[in-house]
Every structure is written in structure tokens, then in C-alpha cells.
Design a protein around this ligand. Structure first.
Ligand code: C5P
Length: 152
């Protein structure tokens, strides 16, 4: 018999907020998380953190071997949030992620399968216990299709 839901349900729900750039997701997600006492996960910032790591490693997104070069970097990637701050492998990179070139690079890298797979893994781990408001464009569809609450 196939179960569509886990045997043990999450104790607290996952709230997915998906939408395009400039839709006001961040403000809504952050406020909601604060109100509920949940954690808040900005998945766009995670893609931006990958871009910071790739740029620092000198990885050219147009190179034929880009996925090969990203492999060790993605395997060792640790992204943590602390309030408004984001840490890449223990280092505060909050002042770097909003740079326009990092946004461009994040967008290009986000098209790569290996990057999306690693992000999915990290995002699922971060939401496994619920009690999280997760913001992005694929949360309610690809990352947590079984999220208890979805806003598009
Ligand atoms: O939302 P933000 O501009 O910070 O996201 C940076 C880039 O990461 C986007 O341009 C998009 O290409 C990618 N992204 C994604 N899936 C998400 C969040 C962001 O592909 N869930």
C-alpha cells in the first residue's frame, strides 16, 4: 500500500509562500513567522549563497564543466540563518547576497540540476520538523508539495 502522507505527521505545519520577484513574499513570510514564533526560510537567499560560494571559487557558469566544478562545493555547503543574517560555511555573507551580480549568478546557477537538487535536500531538511514559513517559487509545488498551508 502506498501512503501519500508520512505515518507520523509533523507536529507543527509548514507554510509555503510562493510567488515571483517583487510580490512581497519576504515581508509577508517574515511577519508571519514572527507572529507564529516559527522559523523563516528565504530560499532565494540560499541560491544567492550558492552564487557567492561559486564566485569565490572562481567558477564560470558558462563553462562546460560547471556542474563538475560545483560538485564538491555543493557537497560541503552549509547555509545558516540567524535573524536577518545569512552564514555560508560559518561566515556572515549578508552584505554580499544583495549585490546585483550575485542575483544574476544565482539565477543562472538555479537552472542547473545539481544546484536545484542540493537546495531541495537542504530545504527539506530545514523544514522536516515543521514550524517554518518557507518562501520561494517552488516550495508548495516541488519542495513541500504536502505543506499544510500554501500561498501562491
Ligand atoms: O528571490 P531571489 O531574487 O533572492 O532569488 C535569487 C534567484 O534564485 C532567483 O533569480 C531564482 O532564479 C532563484 N530561485 C529559485 N528558486 C527559489 C528561489 C530562488 O530558482 N525557490
Amino acid at each position: 500500500m502506498k501512503r501519500s502522507r508520512p505515518i507520523i505527521a509533523r507536529r507543527r505545519p509548514i507554510i509555503a509562500i510562493d510567488g515571483p520577484v517583487g510580490a512581497g513574499k519576504s515581508v509577508a513570510a517574515r511577519e508571519l513567522a514572527r507572529e507564529l514564533g516559527y522559523s523563516y526560510l528565504n530560499t532565494g537567499a540560499m541560491y544567492r549563497a550558492v552564487a557567492v560560494a561559486a564566485r569565490e571559487a572562481g567558477i564560470d557558469p558558462d563553462a562546460a564543466n560547471v556542474e563538475e566544478r560545483l560538485k564538491p562545493l555543493l557537497a560541503g555547503l552549509e547555509i545558516k540563518f540567524d535573524g536577518e543574517k545569512i552564514f555560508l560555511n560559518g561566515r556572515d555573507i549578508s552584505d554580499k547576497i544583495n549585490q546585483p551580480e550575485i542575483g544574476d549568478l544565482a539565477s543562472r546557477l538555479s537552472a542547473l540540476r545539481s544546484v536545484r537538487e542540493r537546495m531541495r535536500e537542504l530545504q527539506r531538511a530545514a523544514g522536516a520538523d515543521g514550524g517554518v514559513v518557507m518562501e520561494g517559487r517552488d516550495i508548495g509545488t516541488a519542495i513541500f508539495p504536502d505543506a499544510e498551508f500554501k500561498f501562491f
